[in-house]
Design a protein around this ligand. Structure first.
Ligand code: WTA
Length: 635
């Protein structure tokens, strides 16, 4: 018998050993005992990292929404599935029971069908954090359509690129969104994007801000009237375990965003099992993850993982600073939140505002605290532990990725002793390895290297949409027969892992992954720009911020530099979104390059971080004079 709920450290070790010695048996027992399958699998696992190909529970049939909704109706139909807390605290909270969720998902699914959406079709979802967002994911899953959620902070161009890449047939959006005191014209952004998206046949529009928007005849439809007419019954489409459930785009170091493809059975099993253990969710608890469903954290740990466990999951539309910096704590008190999961950047922003915002509220319901998205610095860790958890709530520093689908390295609260800044130990079934630059595994403790995973786990992404070759090259080529994460890590004297950060050209800003190449591409389109290089530098709140080195074409006229900076950031906002704006832009006479013409980013990173005591090996530099010039003018 498998142990679905780990309660102490010896149990963790016992189960971990089982999960590594005989992974197939381990996962088979978890899958069999805790989920609803229409047909059992023929094979637990089939894998080959050289192709790469990974299949879990092959031949099994299921629908994930039966697991996330229907099966709870018999016992827990009147329990809250989703608690929706609006941006404006004056607006009432919305409570959605499992019964209501079932009806709303089915109605939505019937609307999708009435607009011609079928199994395997791609549906782009561009919505703010309102209940329709969670419901639309589940409605797609109900009928076997593949959802592709695009975070509603991306620009029209970024949205269009993602719609085009996976040939979406439909987009679901709203008239607009609230963000603190601001409103955002989402439908206007969608209209711009759709000018270059010929595959889109229809656009469903949820009403949120009651703004005056234009609706294109024959293409755009208000959602609510369609829902009102739709039946509350919808038979689930029976899916194969390996049928795609969703696509979610993530930035790469080069090229366009990668549409990571997640499939059904393994993703469900792994997100549900990790949710139960990493947050130690107990019946009756209220769980809150502050992420946006536009990111993987929201997919796995607002929607699928919690609902598969019949949990109550809180969805928050707003921001931590509105109407003031006490908002998170007001919500915690109001709903007696038991598990609270957020990003280090939010913790740092709140810490900066002082503890008086916390002291007004009763946080005694909190049992477990979590962080995700970037390394958490020691100061933020202690602030969280002291002031939010009052030293009584263990902090789970969860390391994982869009590509991994679920949490990979994490403490299990009340079991694993925590250590500030350490994600600690692999979750059950996860086999990490640290590799050196020559591709050899580094054994033993007190070492650091590149973090790889040696063995498949159920929720790993199976491919990049439309580009399996890129999937292979990005994740399975750097180290033979291993999945390469792109992160560096160290292992301490007892075997605990600490993630040290990206080792590629992805920069994590406020917990969001940003590839440098697409930002450089955006800048280089400015007519005055000859060339640019983007690097990260440490930032108190964002973790990293972006520093741009820009060389201008010689136009023979002197330009207003501040104006140029604004124009450059405007181009980035249009092409990617405001999250990718540069904090600093330095105009330079050139960029340091190797003899083969490669930009030496290592040097630029050091200069931007004001860490120039040792620039490392500069012998291959073609133009050393440029380096001095850049250092003299650093911002
Ligand atoms: C980073 C988010 C340190 C890491 C779930 C990873 C972290 C990237 C942690 C994935 C953590 C995530 N400690 N670094 N606890 N969690 N990261 O795809 O660099 O948005 O590769 O997935 O975030 O970001 P993504």
């Amino acid at each position: 018998m498998s142990n679905y709920h780990i309660k102490n450290f010896p149990e963790y070790f016992h189960e971990y050993r089982k999960s590594v010695r005989n992974p197939e048996l381990f996962w088979e027992e978890i899958a069999e005992e805790h989920f609803l399958w229409r047909k059992k699998w023929d094979n637990v696992l089939n894998w080959d990292f050289t192709k790469p190909e990974v299949k879990w529970f092959e031949g099994a049939q299921l629908n994930i929404t039966e697991n996330c909704i229907d099966r709870h109706l018999y016992t827990n139909g009147n329990k809250n599935a989703i608690i929706f807390e609006p941006n404006n605290p004056e607006e009432p909270t919305e409570y959605i029971t499992y019964n209501q969720l079932s009806e709303r998902v089915n109605q939505f699914a019937n609307v999708l069908k009435s607009k011609g959406i079928k199994k395997g079709d791609r549906v782009c979802i561009y919505l703010p954090m309102i209940p329709e967002l969670a419901i639309s994911l589940l409605a797609c899953a109900r009928i076997g359509a593949i959802h592709s959620v695009v975070f509603a902070g991306f620009s029209a161009q970024a949205l269009a690129t993602r719609i085009q890449d996976s040939d979406c047939k439909m987009v679901i959006t709203s008239d607009g969104s609230y963000r603190g005191a601001k409103t955002i014209d989402l439908k206007g952004i969608v209209d711009d994007a759709l000018e270059s998206c010929p595959t889109i046949e229809s656009c469903l529009v949820a009403k949120r801000i009651n703004s005056n928007i234009s609706m294109k005849e024959g293409r755009d439809f208000w959602l609510q009237p369609l829902l009102d007419e739709a039946s509350k019954d919808c038979e689930p489409e029976i899916m194969d375990s390996e049928d795609p459930l969703f696509i979610l785009y993530t930035s790469g170091s080069t090229g366009k965003p990668k549409g990571m493809v997640h499939t059904t059975g393994g993703y469900m099993v792994y997100t549900a099992f990790t949710f139960k253990n990493v947050f130690q969710y107990r019946e009756g608890d209220v769980y809150w993850c502050t992420a946006d469903i536009g990111w993987i954290t929201g997919h796995s740990y607002i929607v699928y993982g919690p609902l598969a466990n019949g949990a109550t999951t809180l969805m928050f539309e707003g921001v931590p600073s509105y109407p003031d910096f006490g908002r998170f704590w007001e919500v915690v008190e109001k709903h007696k939140v038991n598990q609270f999961y957020t990003a280090p950047t939010a913790i740092r922003a709140l810490a900066k505002e002082g503890v008086e915002h916390l002291e007004k509220y009763d946080l005694s319901s909190i049992k477990v605290l979590g962080t995700v998205g970037e390394p958490i610095n020691e100061e933020a860790w202690h602030w969280y532990d002291d002031n939010v958890g009052k030293k009584k709530a263990p902090i789970v520093d969860t390391w994982w990725q869009t590509e991994t689908g679920g949490i990979m390295i994490t403490p299990i609260p009340f079991s694993t002793p925590t250590k500030p800044t350490y994600a600690t130990l692999p979750f059950l079934g996860i086999q990490p390895a640290l590799m050196d630059e020559n591709g050899k595994e580094i054994k033993g403790n007190q070492v650091d290297g590149r973090l790889c995973i040696k063995f498949p786990w159920p929720s790993m992404a199976r491919t990049i949409w439309g580009n399996h070759q890129r999937y292979k090259e990005t994740y399975f080529s750097a180290f033979e027969n291993k999945y390469f994460t792109g992160d560096g890590a160290l292992r301490d004297e007892v075997g605990y892992y600490r993630i040290t950060g990206r080792v590629d050209d992805v920069i994590i800003v406020s917990g969001h992954n940003l590839g440098t190449a697409p930002i450089e591409d955006a800048i280089n389109e400015h007519p005055a720009v000859a060339e640019s290089a983007i690097v990260g530098f440490p930032h108190d709140i964002k973790g990293n911020a972006l520093y741009g080195y820009v060389t201008l074409k010689d136009t023979g006229e002197s330009r207003d530099q501040d104006n140029l900076r604004k124009e450059i950031n405007q181009m980035i906002t249009e092409q990617i979104g405001p999250i990718a704006k540069l904090d600093k832009i330095q105009f330079t006479s050139g960029l340091p390059k190797t003899r083969s013409g490669k930009i030496m980013r290592r040097i630029l990173r050091k200069i931007a971080s004001r860490d120039t005591s040792n620039l490392g090996d500069t012998s291959t530099l073609l133009n050393p004079e440029v380096v001095q010039d850049i250092m003299d003018n650093v911002l």
